[in-house]
Design a protein around this ligand. Structure first.
Ligand SMILES: *Cc1c(COP(=O)(O)O)cnc(C)c1O
Length: 497
């Protein structure tokens, strides 16, 4: 199987090249030239297998220039015993007969990003051995909070790699900030930028495609790659958990093999829901993909009208990992839906950067309507949902998951669609203690993050993940804040070039 660029169909690279490069030099994203299909029998064979074995079978279909041994090495390292707090890696939790929560936050940093970022360093180092001998890989990350920490943890002290993370100075939760600024490891750096996530992401994208930087890197034996979901190596591990979740739904008796499910995803950069789209295209019986947004509802409007318009206010919400107005991975979906027409995708992406908006063709829009439903919810509704799920189902969910639960409830009310549904749960509630606590308790005494954690534990009984509890008392290593115009210089400084 080969990969091409959403902006230039003449590009043809292997999986290893796509993963090492991160982004195509024309600014497009790498996509598979065809989506592999799986049969009912294939799914049936996966059902009795562990997550690791399921992952091997799915990844083999996409990483065709990796040997079986290489895939086994990568997957067994990433998901080995003890890294995730569930033996199933990403277990499903039954909320009701038709609602199942897919817990994607059982990894080392308590967010769903671990599902991919525990594997990516293995995929990337294996890939770069094939494509770029004697080169040190520099991972550049823009984060809305969770990717940064998960990438730092995944790449910490991985030989021949360096990792630099940029986060919006006021755009992450206190726990997220502390997780990043206290990061250990010899090859890591973290810098805040004065701006929001979109600024960080555009800055990083610009650095990737900057010809001067590329030259300077070559001279120094360095090459960039990306740990953001623009990197195919981030996306492909996410396809696995939707295939695996379907197997678990069948195994638990929630559906019979072949019966449809719906999938609800709290969405920001459109990576997670795009992975669910790939799983559906492969043959997993998914009826509707429900895209849930917070007050930054650019995707809700797009999926309902066919016009993407980022010219709107940006809100800092209680679900900060979804505070995004430019959802990068949408470009991949558009490429697939418009008959792989690279000129059309280029035109839309140019319009997005010059006018901040574009409208898709009727044909693309009608496909979108047949696959997706969308909804959004503000902070007040998010809070009410956390309280409601806790009080009625005794389940404590984080703010991002609550957005999904809320949007799903409205979807069912409006559509009457009672298909058994998997709701992606993307973070542990203790990453957002203040918001979660204020939803379930009206008298908060704590005035600092860790007292808040203790109080949330007292109010909920939900165990505190040790990797968050032990941050208490750690002092930050990385306190630099830079202007968004100076990101390039920061990269040079951090690398000493
Ligand atoms: C990153 C993130 C999201 C958004 O996922 P995308 O793949 O960017 O759409 C949602 N919730 C949490 C907790 C996240 O960390």
């Amino acid at each position: 199987m080969y990969y091409t660029s959403t902006r230039d169909k003449s590009v043809r690279v292997t999986a290893s090249e796509a993963i090492t490069k991160g982004i195509s030099s024309d600014g497009g994203l790498f996509v598979p030239t065809e989506i592999p299909k799986i049969s009912k029998e294939f799914v049936n064979e996966l059902i009795p297998l562990s997550y690791i074995e399921r992952a091997k079978r799915v990844l083999e279909l996409y990483l065709t220039d990796f040997s079986k041994e290489e895939i086994a090495y990568c997957v067994e390292g990433a998901y080995k015993k003890g890294k995730f707090t569930s033996e199933k890696v990403s277990p499903i939790y039954k909320l009701s007969d038709s609602e199942y929560v897919l817990e994607l936050w059982r990894g080392p940093t308590c967010a769903f990003k671990d599902m991919a970022l525990q594997l990516l360093p293995y995929l990337l180092t294996t890939s770069s051995e094939k494509t770029l001998k004697d080169t040190e890989i520099v991972i550049l990350v823009a984060t809305s909070g969770d990717t940064g920490k998960a990438a730092l943890e995944g790449f910490k002290d991985v030989p021949n790699t360096k990792i630099l993370v940029f986060y919006p100075v006021d755009g992450v939760s206190p726990m997220q900030k502390l997780q990043m600024t206290t990061q250990e490891g010899e090859n890591v750096s973290v810098c805040a930028i004065e701006g929001n996530f979109d600024d960080a992401q555009s800055g990083v994208k610009a650095i990737f495609t900057d010809k001067d930087i590329e030259k300077k890197f070559k001279e120094n034996g360095l090459a960039f790659s990306s740990a953001n979901s623009i990197n195919w190596g981030r996306l492909v591990p996410q396809i696995v958990y939707y295939v695996s979740a379907y197997c678990d739904m069948v195994e638990s008796g929630a559906v019979k093999l072949g019966e449809e499910i719906n999938v609800v995803v709290p969405t920001g950069n459109f990576g997670n829901i795009l992975a669910a789209y790939y799983a559906k295209e492969m043959g997993i019986p998914v009826k509707t993909l429900v895209c849930a947004s917070n007050a930054n509802n650019v995707l809700t409007d797009f999926l309902k009208t066919g016009t993407y318009d980022r010219n709107r206010s940006f809100y800092c919400t209680t679900s900060p990992s979804m505070d995004i107005l430019i959802s990068s991975n949408l470009e991949r979906l558009l490429f697939h839906l418009c008959g792989e027409n690279d000129a059309t995708v280029r035109d839309w992406m140019n319009k997005l950067s010059t006018d901040g908006k574009y409208t898709v063709t009727d044909s693309v829009f009608s496909q979108i309507k047949s696959i997706f439903a969308a909804g959004c919810c503000d902070d007040k509704a998010t809070k009410e949902t956390i309280a409601d799920v806790f009080n009625s189902k005794n389940y404590l969910c984080d703010t991002h998951t609550a957005v999904a639960v809320n949007v799903y409830k409205n979807y069912v009310e409006n559509s009457g669609d009672n298909t058994p549904t998997v709701i992606a749960s993307t973070a542990n509630p203790y990453k957002f203690s203040a918001s979660v606590l204020s939803a379930i308790s009206d008298k908060i005494q704590a005035d600092n993050e860790f007292d808040m954690v203790d109080e949330l534990f007292a109010a909920s009984g939900e165990p505190v993940p040790p990797q968050l509890a032990t941050l208490k008392g750690k002092s930050p290593r990385f306190t630099k804040v830079c202007n968004k115009a100076d990101m390039k210089q920061v990269v040079f400084d951090m690398l000493g070039i």
